[in-house]
Design a protein around this ligand. Structure first.
Ligand code: T1G
Length: 693
């Protein structure tokens, strides 16, 4: 390269000339977020190109892992966000009198894709991804993206990208016209060569001026799209405003369309949902950090995993490792169970392949890493062994006792228990430091949450290994301390207790569930019981009937799997309220002398959602969770808490902790003796504080 002229050392943007092409390079790790300094640097670089007659074309590229991955989310809500705003930067790029080529690798996302769209040409590596994930932050592309993208890639593609936030691959981008050229090997030289090729092309192709791709702007394209995505968008504000913005691209000239985009963007940015979703973006990343971990702690090397139990959980857990290319030795007690487990794993993979999300070759590759065996000793060379057997302490202790004898020194011994005491398991063997909880959520190959439960004696490197392995198998790992139910299931308990009492007092299963679904949960407590199985934890004695659940189990109403539980189900598993269940509830209420009454929706919220917040506060004050945002991550990823409400603790902050306390005080009498206040909640409410920073 010829003379190098770097921008002032502080700028993340540098420029250098290669022949008559000006290369503009961003070096702003980790993801080249478009912070103020980057935006200022880009404007200066375009100015430099304009001022230098020997420059005939410009290439914008990024160092490091990726092309610009979007606006700098940490700037939102600060004065910086309004300085040299990105919409003006992208217009400066598009109005450059010389061709600008965007050289894309990694993930060109959000504002990053908007910089690329404002460039006259786009060149990409085949491995690159392109996306407008602003909707996942409760926003929409705010720098012309909703107006340029449909003009370059077509309306339908723009709707899918903007309203769902899912990225597309570079090949897909090339096919839809978003990418002008895919290049193999070294990106920058190819981009410079491309710039040489187009240096004299005039007029410059400006995305904002294109009309040819707007021909699929039929009215029903929008209605059809919204209808197709109704369930996914339920409760969210941002997806529909993304649709509105893209629609404006069809109905208005560009200059008016961007004004509409700005109006919609500001409406979203000022709303609670965007704050919740931006909070959550950082919360899920913070969850990965272990407070107080010494800098010199290193993870153990996990090359081979053992799983004990090939049932629903054992099979699902195994698939996470197989999909990540980690060999799994799976042990069962008999051949029939082993074959059934392996068969279900294959079936699951084939179902994924039938949806085009995996190739047949990838299915074989994943299954090729599986080593089913009846021989417990085959676990001896595993670096990590996870037991996923029956939820019974004696059974688990027996398993760990055997592992203690055969597992190699340094092997991590993990339990998938959902409730039981990791300390009790650990203290039953000679190497408690190697014991950790890895609590997967069913279906384990689908649900992203992984509670990593640290016992009192769990070694720091064991904890770190489990957390990093969680990320490696594409989970969202959260550290939990030892208590009954850890974080998620412990908060489920007060909800379950109060929901069941509400039935006796006058609410119906469908009323309680409706309140939760209207709140934004995917389903309510009783729908969830029917899905998971009303018989989970049942003592199995049909003559011992001590509560409504016993009564349902005694007559085979175990939930969806039996076609009946709290609800009746048709052959398509569609639920309808059950007069049988209603009668059982009323009979129970009478037997227990409970006076039935009209129950308000608000009471249901206070007794089932406010009590969860109270339990979350106890989990915090006991140090079971490292931080309030971890509790939110558990509930969003483990139970489908609506991310546009941020999670139970963020939501409590938006309700106001005093309002939560007041609501619980209103219900306190009815919740005796099960309920007690968290002192942390009371103290914070009294001081007008929040859980969040
Ligand atoms: N702003 C600030 N920090 C960011 C960031 C961003 N956009 N993206 C990532 N980080 C930080 C992240 O917090 C973490 O920090 C580190 O980078 C690594 O991230 C005007 C308004 C790019 C696919 O939504 O999807 O543009 O924890 O752990 O797994 O229209 O980061 O190390 O301190 O996720 O390799 C739109 C969000 C913004 C992209 C990389 N863009 N980022 O994944 O690393 S809004 C996004 C991602 C916008 C314009 C609008 C991912 C990634 P720390 P990571 P990764």
């Amino acid at each position: 390269m010829t003379d190098v002229r770097d921008a002032p050392t502080t700028s993340p943007i540098s420029t250098r000339k290669h022949g008559d092409v000006l290369i503009v390079l961003s070096n702003n790790p980790p993801v080249n977020a478009l912070g103020l300094a980057v935006r200022q640097g880009l404007v200066a670089a375009i100015g430099e190109a304009e001022a230098d007659d020997s420059v005939k074309a410009v290439v914008i590229a990024c160092e490091g892992q990726t092309f610009f991955a979007g606006a700098d989310v940490s700037e939102f809500g600060t004065p910086k966000a309004f300085e040299q705003p990105l919409p003006t930067v992208v217009d400066i790029i598009e109005n450059c009198s010389k061709p600008v080529v965007a050289a894309i690798h990694g993930t060109a996302l959000g504002g990053g894709l908007e910089v690329a769209l404002a460039s006259h040409y786009r060149v990409a590596l085949p491995t690159a991804k392109l996306g407008t994930p602003e909707v996942k932050l409760g926003l929409l592309p705010g720098a012309g993206g909703t107006q340029r993208l449909p003009r370059v890639a077509g309306v339908r593609k723009a709707l899918e990208m903007c309203a769902t936030g899912n990225p597309i691959g570079a090949k897909d981008g090339f096919d839809c016209g978003l990418i002008d050229r895919l290049v193999e090997g070294e990106l920058l030289p190819h981009a410079v060569a491309y710039a040489e090729e187009v240096r004299d092309v005039r007029p410059l192709p400006k995305s904002s001026e294109r009309q040819d791709r707007l021909n699929d702007c039929t009215a029903d394209v929008f209605e059809t799209f919204v209808k197709e995505n109704g369930r996914k968008f339920r409760g969210f504000e941002a997806p529909l405003k993304n649709v509105e913005a893209v629609k404006a691209a069809c109905e208005k000239p560009y200059a008016e369309g961007v004004i509409e985009e700005r109006k919609l963007f500001m409406e979203l940015m000022s709303g609670t949902q965007a704050k919740a979703q931006q909070y959550f973006f950082f919360a899920e990343r913070k969850a990965n950090k272990i407070e107080g971990l010494a800098d010199d702690v290193r993870p153990r090397d996990i090359k081979k995993v053992g799983v004990i139990g090939a049932g629903t959980m054992g099979g699902g857990i195994s698939m996470n490792f197989l999909s990540a290319g980690i060999p799994v030795t799976i042990v069962e007690m008999n051949q029939e169970a082993l074959d059934r487990g392996a068969g279900i794993m294959r079936k699951n993979y084939e179902a994924t392949a039938s949806k085009g999300r995996m190739t047949a070759q990838q299915v074989e590759q994943a299954m090729g890493y599986l080593q089913p065996t009846l021989d417990f000793a085959a676990l001896a060379d595993c670096d990590l062994i996870i037991e996923a057997v029956y939820e019974n302490m004696d059974v688990k202790k027996e398993i760990f006792g055997r592992l203690d004898k055969i597992a190699k020194p340094g092997a991590i011994l993990a339990s998938n228990t959902s409730y039981l005491d990791i300390n009790e398991i650990a203290s039953s063997i000679s190497r408690p430091g190697d014991v950790v909880g890895m609590h997967f959520f069913s279906p384990a190959n689908v649900m992203k949450l992984l509670e990593v439960v640290r016992g009192d004696k769990t070694s720091p490197d064991v904890l770190l290994t489990a957390m990093q392995l969680g990320k490696r198998i594409k989970k969202v790992p959260v550290v939990a301390g030892v208590c009954h139910g850890f974080i998620g299931n412990r908060m489920l308990m007060p909800r379950q207790i109060e929901a069941t009492k509400l039935l006796l007092e006058g609410a119906s299963p469908e009323q309680v569930d409706r309140v939760h679904v209207e709140f934004g949960m995917p389903m309510g407590p009783f729908q969830m019981a029917d899905l998971a199985g009303v018989d989970i934890g049942w003592h199995r004695d049909p003559n011992r009937i001590e509560n409504v659940r016993d009564a349902l189990c005694a007559i085979d109403r175990w939930g969806q799997k039996k076609g009946a539980g709290f609800y009746d189900y048709d052959e398509k598993r569609r639920p309808t309220p059950s007069p049988v269940v209603q009668q059982i509830i009323e009979d129970f209420a009478k037997k227990q002398g409970v006076e039935r009454r009209e129950i308000s929706d608000q009471e249901i919220v206070e007794r089932t959602l406010y009590t969860m917040v109270n339990e979350g506060a106890k989990i915090l004050e006991e140090g079971i969770a490292q931080r309030a945002s971890d509790i939110d991550v558990v509930w969003v990823y483990g139970y489908g808490w609506p991310v546009y409400r941020g999670g139970p603790m963020f939501w409590a902050d938006t309700e106001g902790l005093q309002a939560i306390v007041d609501g619980l005080k209103r219900q306190e009498e009815r919740m005796k003796p099960d309920f007690s206040f968290s002192q942390l909640l009371l103290d914070k409410a009294a001081k007008g504080e929040k859980f969040g920073k």
